[in-house]
Design a protein around this ligand. Structure first.
Ligand code: PRT
Ligand code: MG
Length: 212
């Protein structure tokens, strides 16, 4: 059996064409089903539906042979023991610093003020501000980061932006681009050795679709 770990939503949706290229069709739609293990048209392939941040954990421990995870998630997780052969070029967005409209971020940085930063991406935020030589107090959040500057929890947030609609709706502006983000294929290293005969054709099929 080959087990593929995916999260619901954009990653599942954008992985479907890649699975199709490998001849894999899910038997059910995870948005409509409450099942966490979903069969496919192939007897030897199944999908497991997990939180986006949990994909690396399932693959690292071999509970899934492969999975799809955002670069944001992989950088926070550390990616230890994972083989990351392919950038799938899906679920694209940007990791950015954002502040309330009218907040003078550049002046605060120039003055050497200690900034309060709310984020789910503590590791990447710490590295970013350390590289700039800016002192920060990091406040870990699990979602709705956009709220933090509006209610005085933080001076700035580090969050993902795709259309920019969420920032705009909350009167925030992006002031710094940290990195471009896309999702990568991650594989369990032992699984790749033991199941290479079945995994390699899948990787080749995925690769043939990327960039088309
Ligand atoms: O949503 P949930 O809490 O269940 O989990 P999750 O947010 O970890 O998962 P999901 O499915 O939302 O995101 C999975 C992956 O998609 C992330 O790890 C990213 O690599 C990638 N991705 C791409 C995004 C976005 N674009 C994105 N826009 N992940 C989140 N967002 C959020 C962002 O955090 C912000 O709140 O969407 C909002 C901004 O979107 P715009 O379009 O208004 O700019
Ligand atoms: Mg989300």
């Amino acid at each position: 059996m080959i087990t593929i770990a995916l999260s619901k939503g954009r990653i599942f949706e954008e992985t479907l064409p890649l699975l199709a290229a490998a001849g894999i069709t899910p038997a059910e739609d995870p948005e409509k089903s409450r099942k966490l293990i979903i069969g496919t048209n192939r007897d030897d392939v199944r999908l497991i539906i997990v939180r986006a941040t949990d994909v690396p954990t399932y693959v690292e421990h071999g509970a899934a042979d492969l999975g799809v995870a955002g670069k944001d998630v992989l950088l926070e997780h550390g990616g230890d023991g994972l083989y990351q052969p392919l950038d799938l070029d899906i679920a694209k967005c940007r990791l950015m610093v954002a502040v309330r409209e009218g907040y003078d971020y550049d002046a605060a940085v120039k003055q050497g003020a200690r900034l309060k930063i709310a984020t789910k991406y503590v590791k990447q935020a710490r590295d970013h501000f350390a590289a700039k030589g800016v002192h920060v107090d990091l406040i870990k959040l699990y979602g709705s980061m956009e709220l933090a500057p509006l209610v005085g929890l933080a001076d700035a947030i580090v969050d993902l932006v795709s259309t920019g609609g969420t920032l705009k709706a909350n009167k925030l502006v992006a002031v710094e681009h940290i990195r471009d983000i896309s999702s990568r294929l991650v594989l369990n290293q032992a699984a790749l050795k033991l199941k290479r005969d079945r995994l390699q054709p899948m990787l080749d099929a995925f690769e043939s679709v990327i960039g088309k």
